[in-house]
Design a protein around this ligand. Sequence first.
Ligand code: NAP
Length: 246
Amino acid sequence: MSNIQDKVVIITGASSGIGEATAKELAARGVKLVLAARREDRLKNLQEEIEKDGGQVLYKETDVASHDQMEELAAFALKEFGKIDVIVNNAGVMPLSPLHEKKIAEWDSMIDVNIRGVLYGIAAVLPSMRERREGHIINVSSIAGHLVFPAAAVYSGTKYAVRAITEGLRIEEASHNIRTTIISPGTIKTELLEGITGEELKAAIVEDSKIGISPANIARAIAFAIEQPEDVAINEMIVRPTVQEL
Ligand SMILES: NC(=O)c1ccc[n+]([C@@H]2O[C@H](COP(=O)([O-])OP(=O)(O)OC[C@H]3O[C@@H](n4cnc5c(N)ncnc54)[C@H](OP(=O)(O)O)[C@@H]3O)[C@@H](O)[C@H]2O)c1
């Protein structure tokens, strides 16, 4: 018996890349989806595509950096589907730059989306999961949550933070029967590099990223974590292109 069909799953950052691929993978496995991101037109198109294939999907325009909007997202999922089995805190931004360039607004956006967004996602779903003594919180970190690269000091800082927060959550919530998973992708072909504002740096990173693999591979890893029996928690996974050295 599959432990994934009919689960209610919230995915943040579902309008592109890993979030969009995860939505398609989980919909095909019979999950009831609640998709979130800021670009509503993209969510609407994805909803239409998934519904055409017989999937069940709702969406809500949401900025993960807003605590109020994240609480509203969880309330929407509870109202429409009656429970939240899983949240995939996937939304993220990566405007890389060396520290001396002092791109303070870009640092702030990474802290707001990559750290605050994950914390607000946890806060929004934890009360109902604790009440049911059941639930699964999946946070997307990165290989940059294990290693630091030039121009990635702040981005890596946010992704190390995601791992620390998720491990803290695991320890605190184990006795409440809540599962946690950290997913750390290597190089994946998505729109993430678009956020880099330094043209030379962007060109170099685009070149390095040619080895990137499809986001569908991360979607399958997420589905694998969800489909395990309830007493099994896949706590951490690194998924790289085979040819990626770092
Ligand atoms: N691609 C890689 O190589 C790679 C490697 C390791 C880890 N990751 C991580 O994977 C996650 C997904 O990234 P991706 O590669 O799929 O990039 P992507 O295609 O750029 O997707 C990022 C998603 O995050 C959403 N987002 C950004 N800011 C948001 C906000 N304030 N509120 C709500 N949603 C927001 C975007 O939607 P809207 O703009 O519509 O809001 C978009 O759907 C990120 O956490 C990233 O750090 C990616």
